[in-house]
Design a binder for this molecule. Structure first.
Ligand code: FAD
Ligand code: EPU
Length: 338
């Protein structure tokens, strides 16, 4: 592994906040994983890093970052119309989606344009437009960094939930080294999420059509991190008691709600923040995106600390107004770790 001391990590987080790390280890091949594991165990403050698109550095990080950059994708046919695709952790997620579609395989098109790496994708079970990673995932290959042993998790053992998994519950314990997906040569579209529902009428619909629709919708709503720093939705959509949701619905008939089960209901955090009149809020170089109140943005030289303070003030205001506690989706990395 190559190491950079006192490394500038401004380009390694999609918020683009200026920060440095004491050490930055570049992990480019599978052979380096055993070196990573032993170094990781000796380090007081280690941090695994992929594309830096779901974390916020509050300031400089007084620890050692292991930047996973391993590359490689393998295909193996498992039945007449099903192919398993095994991708290394450092592969770019969106490029994998494109590459599988170009190879005639459908299944990942709803998850187009999500930034970050393959290795980080199972951590919060990435999801969008009616699909979650778990719906296509077969196995997750890991190294248990506590006991330095290789473990392979089958899908049903990963405890996947909404933006949740066993790996997120034990953050920093498992290094994800590779992920295997089951994709298909026969396209069966998932179109239950607006605006994809409109495609249900289309003749000869292809996976590429769904991909293009998802990409266009995302480009319209979400800021491109190369233009405006952000980490996507800053908060999870809260799941509350259905009785509470019903009370709110009487007060706010327009409030979007999504039933989870008979007792609980998911509400749209973006809508809650929007109701407070905060969409488009700006204070110097930090703010809330003009088109999506769930996305905090850095217009240039905004600091991680200021962004986190803004997030905390949003949590407080939403609680005061709706008695709903928002949970951060984005991992906050202080100088001492996450
Ligand atoms: P990082 O930010 O580098 O890391 C995230 C966490 O995973 C950290 O805790 C890190 O320590 C850990 N980690 C990273 N790599 C590994 C590894 N190999 N092994 C173990 N732990 C690891 N997410 C969605 O679910 N749906 C969306 O629609 C979505 N849209 C987004 C849109 C934008 C514009 C942006 C900026 C983000 C969006 N996200 C979305 C969030 C983000 O893209 C995902 O969470 C993504 O999976 C993060 O990948 P990463 O490689 O950047 O992870
Ligand atoms: N809304 C508002 N105002 C806003 C934002 C949203 O009123 O400022 C309303 C919308 O009109 C809609 C509802 O809230 O009725 C939901 O909005 P949207 O469809 O944009 O989705 P979201 O809940 O804000 C979630 C995910 C995204 C994912 C999209 C599409 C979470 C936390 N976010 O956003 O994931 O891409 O759905 O499936 O679940 C991410 O996790 O980083 C992320 C971007």
């Amino acid at each position: 592994m190559q190491c950079i001391d006192n490394a500038d990590i401004t380009q390694l987080n999609t918020f683009g906040v200026q920060a440095k790390a004491k050490k930055l280890w570049q992990v480019k091949s599978e052979q380096e994983f055993s070196e990573l594991a032993s170094r990781y165990q000796q380090t007081e403050r280690p941090l695994l890093l992929g594309g830096g698109s779901n974390l916020l550095f509050e300031g400089d990080f007084d620890g050692e970052i292991f930047h996973i950059q391993t590359q490689g994708v393998e295909y193996s046919t498992v039945s007449q119309d099903q192919v398993e695709v095994r991708a290394q952790a450092g592969e770019n997620w969106h490029q994998l989606v494109q590459q599988t579609l170009a190879s005639g395989l459908s299944g990942l098109e709803n998850l187009a344009l999500i930034p970050g790496t393959v290795g980080a994708a199972p951590i919060q079970n990435i999801g969008a437009y009616g699909l979650e990673l778990k719906d296509r995932l077969v196995t997750v290959e890991t190294i248990d960094l506590k006991h330095n042993e290789r473990l392979v998790f089958a899908q049903q053992d990963c405890q996947f939930g909404y933006r949740d998994s066993l790996f997120k519950q034990n953050l920093g314990r498992y290094l994800i080294t590779a992920v295997t997906f089951k994709l298909s040569t026969r396209f069966s579209p998932v179109l239950n999420y607006a605006p994809l529902t409109e495609l249900a009428q289309a003749k000869n619909l292809t996976a590429m059509d769904v991909f293009n629709c998802v990409v266009a919708t995302r480009r319209e709503k979400l800021p491109d991190p190369s233009q405006i720093g952000n980490a996507g939705s800053f908060f999870k959509n809260p799941i509350i008691a259905s009785s509470h949701a019903e009370e709110l619905k009487l007060q706010f008939p327009n409030m979007p709600i999504y039933p989870v089960d008979e007792h609980s209901t998911k509400v749209a955090a973006g809508w809650l923040i929007d109701q407070l009149g905060l969409k488009g809020f700006r204070d110097g170089d930090i703010g809330i995106h003009k088109k999506q109140a769930l996305v905090l943005v850095n217009y240039g030289k905004g600091s991680g600390r200021a962004l986190n303070e803004l997030a905390n003030s949003i949590i407080k205001k939403v609680y005061q107004q709706f008695a709903i506690e928002l949970e951060k989706e984005v991992r906050i990395i202080s100088d001492r770790g996450q």
